[in-house]
Write a protein that binds this ligand. Sequence first.
Ligand SMILES: [Zn+2]
Length: 118
Amino acid sequence: MLMIDGAMTTQMLGRFQEIVKVLGDAEEAINEILQVNPRNNEVTAFRAYIDSKLQKLGQESENMRMTFTNTPNIAGGFCVGCRKNISFDTQTVVFRKTSSTQLEVWHLPCFKQMGNKN
Ligand SMILES: [Zn+2]
């Protein structure tokens, strides 16, 4: 069983993008410094550091986005409990594997309700 808070994931992806943007700005500033003083070892090293961070962050946010956008395709857009639409961007949802190929998706409250009945 996997629980995903859509609002939190969206927020987290937003923060990722912010960090990537800040690092990108820093890289631009460093490039300007390097144009004036191309032999500055410290700046060159710092630039390599930012490059590697940017790459890693970009990859991680891409992985996260892929997982997040693929899951609804696999599970479908409806809650198994109430048969209503699920908004993956804003609602907390529960995924449950019912067989090797089947993935159920529930609203968290619906899933809890089902648990109480049984
Ligand atoms: Zn529901």
